[in-house]
Write a protein that binds this ligand. Structure first.
Ligand code: AHR
Length: 512
């Protein structure tokens, strides 16, 4: 009787429903900046990412383009605010010889894309094409150098070709090819996945190779201030991080990479659309593992670099499933559902949490490959649920991260559970606070009580991305099935904000 009475009182007062999800936004404790470069993207010569995705050729009269690059793609990426773009790989980078991709297009030699489908490429999209496209996009290029099958000279020549202002053999060649001013590329990857497709090296061996390459990129003391990024660990390979942090002098190292994909089983990845709740739960478990991975890699980095000079660069992340039925298995073309929106929202919240160390990241990959933000089919283009999350979240770029304490309900499936709620917050340079919330539970909504400690707000507005089923996605026939809408589920009284999040939803709030 007593228990029934208590339950009644608690539900009438609202306490019961809000008790499970309690969040404190520490508005007075913001110290670190959420580097906009954690919102970076990745364009590999893989399937239809570059050819058919970004680039359709200068002579294409069917698809509007500028210098062969799709105009619709440029507009969409600019709206999303893309801060940097990694190119040309991936595994492809360690097979790529940049000199094959400059000069008159008709004279460029062809090559075989050995990693991705064995297709022959004509090198019509090369260094000028990529760097000019970055200028169109207003994004910073991130070039991945060939260490696996290239030479030190080849990479140091590339640096000279794109960055040297004065008279030099490579600057002269660039000018002959029509570009007078250097592009001043800041971000440089020294190889990719050196432990695997980049050469199957041991950590100690790669650390030495890295030192050699880094020495000859620009000059001995890196006067051009390149941001050099070492090929980093695969998911939980903590030994790789340990050895590289120990063996590479930190004045030669600006970033250390990490790759982690939300993949269930490399031999049985499961479908991109027709998955059941078991597969959904397993994918989210892999996505949320990012928190523990970053924590552990960052702890190792702290041991060698307590001042956090070296950035952790998560330059490949996202969901990886079976390719769409009937498509080339080497092209990694997959659909993108609300599951991907859940991966994107929770992962970005994790990056925000570690913004003191994670200062750059690249979602794999931008168009038609893996967790793409854009899919194309000839002249048609669609924006995926992942695109919408990145566009909604762009208010956090270069804002001050506000630490959050989150007490969350569980999302339970079988005997396992995951935190249902993921939250992050920031204050932008105009003093406006944004809060991002994700509910990964596919059947339960979440009532959340947020304490805005140290802040005063008189109103709240927001946007939501949600859909009836987690498998929902956009198609070329129905490109707007999943898209953001105005959010009406938040109310504010003093420093207390109450929010109701529907199942599988991403919400970004703005405090007034
Ligand atoms: O993104 C696809 C591939 O995944 C990349 O080429 C490689 O770096 C990683 O293994």
């Amino acid at each position: 009787m007593k228990k029934i009475f208590l339950t009644l009182v608690l539900s009438i007062t609202g306490y019961w429903t809000f008790a499970q999800n309690q969040v404190i936004i520490n508005g007075d404790l913001g110290k670190t900046t959420i580097n906009k470069h954690i919102y970076g993207h990745f364009a590999e010569h893989l399937g239809r990412c570059v050819y058919g995705g970004f680039y359709v050729g200068e002579n294409n009269t069917k698809i509007p383009n500028k210098n062969g690059v799709r105009t619709d793609v440029i507009e969409a990426l600019k709206k999303m605010k893309i801060p940097n773009l990694r190119w040309p790989g991936g595994c492809f980078a360690d097979t790529y010889h940049w000199k094959d991709g400059i000069g008159p297009k008709k004279q460029r030699p062809s090559m075989v894309n050995a990693w991705w489908g064995g297709v022959t490429e004509d090198n019509s999209f090369g260094t000028h094409d990529f760097l000019d496209m970055c200028e169109q996009l207003g994004t910073e290029p991130y070039l991945a150098g060939n260490v696996g099958s290239g030479t030190v000279k080849e990479l140091s020549d590339w640096v000279q070709y794109v960055n040297h202002e004065g008279v030099s053999p490579m600057a002269n060649l660039r000018k002959e090819n029509g570009r007078d001013k250097p592009w001043n590329v800041h971000f440089w990857g020294v190889g990719n996945e050196a432990w695997g497709c980049g050469g199957n090296m041991k950590a100690e061996y790669y650390a030495n190779i890295y030192r050699q390459y880094a020495t000859f990129m620009s000059d001995w003391s890196n006067t051009s201030k390149l941001f050099r990024i070492a090929s980093g660990a695969n998911s939980a390979d903590f030994n790789w991080t340990e050895i590289l942090m120990r063996d590479i002098p930190h004045n030669m190292l600006d970033g250390l990479a990490l790759h982690h994909y939300s993949v269930i089983d490399w031999n049985k990845k499961g479908p991109a659309v027709n998955y059941d709740e078991d597969l959904y739960f397993k994918t989210m478990k892999q996505a949320l593992l990012m928190d523990e991975l970053i924590h552990k890699h960052a702890t190792i980095m702290d041991k060698y670099d307590p001042k956090k000079k070296v950035a952790l660069v998560v330059d490949e992340w996202g969901g990886w499933y079976e390719v769409e039925p009937g498509t080339n298995p080497g092209f990694l073309y997959q659909q993108n559902t609300m599951r991907d929106a859940m991966i994107a929202g929770t992962t970005l919240n994790i990056f925000h949490k570690y913004s003191d160390r994670v200062r750059m990241a690249n979602l794999a990959q931008t168009i038609n490959v893996l967790q793409a933000v854009i899919l194309t089919n000839e002249e048609k283009m669609l924006l995926t649920p992942t695109y919408h999350v990145l566009e909604m979240y762009n208010v956090h770029q270069d804002a001050t991260m506000l630490p959050v304490d989150v007490q969350t309900a569980d999302y339970t499936f079988g005997n396992e559970k995951l935190p249902a709620l993921s939250v992050s917050a920031s204050r932008d340079k105009n003093g406006v606070t944004h809060i991002s919330l994700v509910n990964i539970d596919p059947s339960k909504s979440q009532e959340i009580s947020l304490n805005l400690r140290g802040m005063k707000a008189s109103g709240v507005t927001g946007r939501i991305l949600t859909s009836a089923k987690v498998q929902d996605h956009n198609t070329f026939e129905s490109p707007d099935k999943v898209k953001p809408a105005a959010f009406k589920g938040a109310s504010i009284k003093g420093d207390n904000l109450k929010v109701t999040l529907p199942p599988i939803s991403v919400v970004v709030l703005e405090l007034k």
